[in-house]
Ligand binder design. Sequence first.
Ligand code: TTP
Ligand code: MG
Ligand code: MG
Length: 436
Amino acid sequence: MTVPPLEKTAETSAAPAPQESRLRRIAHLDMDAFFASVELLRYPQLKGLPVVIGGGRRKVDELLLQGPDGTGERERRFIPVEDFPRLKDYVGRGVITTATYPARQFGVGSAMGMMKAAKLCPEAIVLPVDFDEVRRYSRTFKAAILEIAPVMQDRGVDEVYIDFTDVPGGQREGGRVLARLIQKSIFEKTGLTCSIGVAPNRLLAKMASEFNKPNGISIVYEEDLQEKIWPLNVRKVNGIGPKAGEKLARLGIETIGQLAAQDEQWLIGHFGKSTGAWMHRVAWGRDDSPVVTESEPVSMSRETTFDRDLHAVRDRAELSRIFTDLCLRVAGDLQRKGYVARTFGIKLRYDDFKIATRDHSVAFYTADGPTIRKLAGQCLKRVPLDKRLRLLGVRASGLARVEEVPAQGPQRGAARGAREPTPGDSAEPGTTASLF
Ligand code: TTP
Ligand code: MG
Ligand code: MG
């Protein structure tokens, strides 16, 4: 491998490299066959076999967990390989979410209809997605990275950008040393593998992370543009989607190199000022966008301290109004930021400054205001309301990004919420919750 001059300088000088001689090194890390790999941790007997993830959870999946005699629900028991459902037995309109690498050798992959995939690989094992498990591993692998490299940008459930530039090892071998360390740490903490591309910027790193999948590292320098990037199809550029790809193909442009060969003005003529100029820039491997650190919230809450202490009975109407308002605000926060939650809680501070908190988890995710009002309202049944209150708060936790949970429309969430007893319904005397 040829080492670029700047890299060499940085490595051979005894003193730490001055800031300006460091190369900008940006990594893109993407987990390998993520949803499927998470299932293989649960069922290691399936390692090396074609496995696809797709379709909803079916009866056959429940039966599999229950065991032959119908007992031992969800109990961890060893399931022999031959007991798993096969693609050839699948009937329905589900599509494949992802597939293990052995399954991909049969031409099976994301977004393919399951029945079509069954023709290519009838013996592939079919499993449903376990979103909770996937999210748990998503958090764990990201936490492992943050322990090593602090500048990380979340790009979805299984991928992140990491700025290697100033991290120890981030310059060595173009970033390979640090990439190896991160792979090792993730594997130790999760048992999962990932692939990493390290390049001068996010644009090239994103492409590079695919070069050596699975469990690979790929190092790209600016001078590799012609050899490693230009032969790729334009669709490999993050941001050139199916429509732009088709239009470019109609114009006779298939590869990034062909795109780079076009005059910028010509591209602007066809795609408009901003897209045309952007296409020209990316074809030449240029991207200055920073890696923006943003951490996942663990909860969202709203609370309010009253102007005067309020009493659950005498100030019932006012408290009820404030409580509803807090719930709707929490719902608004969740919706605006693209989250749903399934644990809702309350916080009270009494006039003696003692604090009480309660929370309540449900089996579904929601960001629906009235549903949150009902669920948080149930927590009120479990706190003493005989003293005056100084503060009231509502909190949502157990968060998930809305796109990461199985589709469940607000109707379903609300309907299920509505089935729970509502605070106002429980009118037993002495049940303090009814006061709200
Ligand atoms: P990807 O990173 O695109 O795919 P992958 O991790 O399964 O495989 P690879 O090794 O090629 O990276 O997506 C991450 C997860 O997101 C994937 O395991 C399943 C899920 N996913 C969807 O839910 N819908 C989709 O259309 C795709 C592409 C992925
Ligand atoms: Mg992936
Ligand atoms: Mg991905």
